[in-house]
Design a protein around this ligand. Structure first.
Ligand code: MN
Length: 250
C-alpha cells in the first residue's frame, strides 16, 4: 500500500506535522519547508503527488510550480494548499497549472479524499464544494473528533499544547512589534495564527485572527488593538479549556 510517495511542501510546522501524520498512515512521504528545498528533492527522486503550500519564505509555491514544470522535474500532479478565499480562487490556481486546490484550514476527511483520488485512481480534478462553516466556539468538537479519528490521542494532545505554546510566542511577538506598526511583520503573525487555529479547530481564535490579519493589512490600528485584547481573553479561556482536557476522554 505504501508504494506511492508524496512530497509535502509546507513552511508551517504545525500544518506540516499534521500532513505528515495523515499521509504517513497510507503513503510514504518526504517534506520540504520551501520551494527551494522541494526542487532539491525533486532533483534526486520522483514523487507521485506534490502538495504545495502557496505562501512560503525563500521560494513560494507558485514560483516553485513554474520551475518544476519548466525544468521538467516532475509530471506528477501538484495540489495547491492555501488559505480559504485568499490570494486566488480555485479557477486561478488551475490556470496557473496546479491540478487541484485544497483550502486551509484543512479538514481531515476532505484532505484524504483528495489525496486518494490522485494517488489511487489518478482521476483529475473533482468538484466538491469546499465551503467551511465555522461555528464560533472555543474548540470545534467536529474538528477535534476528526483529528482523533486519524491521529492518536497523544498526537492530538501534543498538537493542542504546541498550539498554546505557539500562541504565547505570537502574543509576545505582537507586543514587541505593535509599536513599530510594521504591517508585514504583524500580518505575518496573524496569518500564522489564522492557519494554526483553523487547523486545530480553535474557532473563536481563528475568527479573530482573520479580522486581525485583514485590519492589519488595512492599517486600521485602533481596530487591531481592540481585537487583540479580545484575542488575549480567548487565549486564557483556551488555555484553561485544554488544561481541563475532558476532550481527551472522548
Ligand atoms: Mn505557508
Amino acid at each position: 500500500m505504501k508504494s506511492k510517495k508524496v512530497l509535502i511542501v509546507e513552511d508551517n510546522d504545525l500544518n506540516r506535522k499534521l500532513f505528515e501524520n495523515l499521509i504517513g498512515q497510507y503513503w510514504s512521504y518526504k517534506s520540504a519547508i520551501n520551494g527551494i528545498e522541494a526542487i532539491n528533492l525533486l532533483n534526486q527522486e520522483t514523487f507521485d503527488l506534490i502538495l504545495m503550500d502557496i505562501q512560503m519564505p525563500k521560494m513560494d509555491g507558485i514560483t516553485a510550480l513554474k520551475k518544476i514544470r519548466q525544468l521538467e522535474l516532475s509530471n506528477s500532479p501538484v495540489v495547491a494548499v492555501s488559505a480559504y478565499a485568499e490570494e486566488f480562487d480555485k479557477a486561478e490556481f488551475l490556470q496557473m497549472g496546479f491540478n487541484d486546490f485544497l483550502t486551509k484550514p484543512i479538514r481531515t476527511k476532505r484532505f484524504l479524499e483528495i489525496l486518494k483520488i490522485y494517488l489511487e485512481t489518478g482521476l483529475e480534478e473533482i468538484s466538491i464544494s469546499d465551503e467551511i462553516e465555522v461555528p464560533n466556539v472555543l474548540l470545534d468538537q467536529n474538528v477535534v473528533s476528526q483529528l482523533m479519528k486519524y491521529n492518536s490521542k497523544e498526537t492530538v494532545k501534543k498538537v493542542l499544547n504546541d498550539f498554546a505554546l505557539e500562541l504565547t510566542k505570537l502574543v509576545e511577538k505582537y507586543h514587541k512589534v505593535i509599536n513599530s506598526k510594521n504591517t508585514s511583520e504583524l500580518a505575518e503573525i496573524f496569518h500564522t495564527l489564522k492557519g494554526n487555529s483553523g487547523t486545530i479547530g480553535a474557532n473563536s481564535i481563528y475568527l479573530i485572527a482573520i479580522d486581525l490579519e485583514s485590519f492589519t493589512k488595512k492599517k486600521e490600528w485602533p481596530e487591531v488593538e481592540k481585537l487583540f485584547s479580545k484575542l488575549e481573553k480567548e487565549k486564557k479561556l483556551f488555555e484553561n479549556f485544554i488544561k481541563e482536557a475532558t476532550i481527551f476522554e472522548l
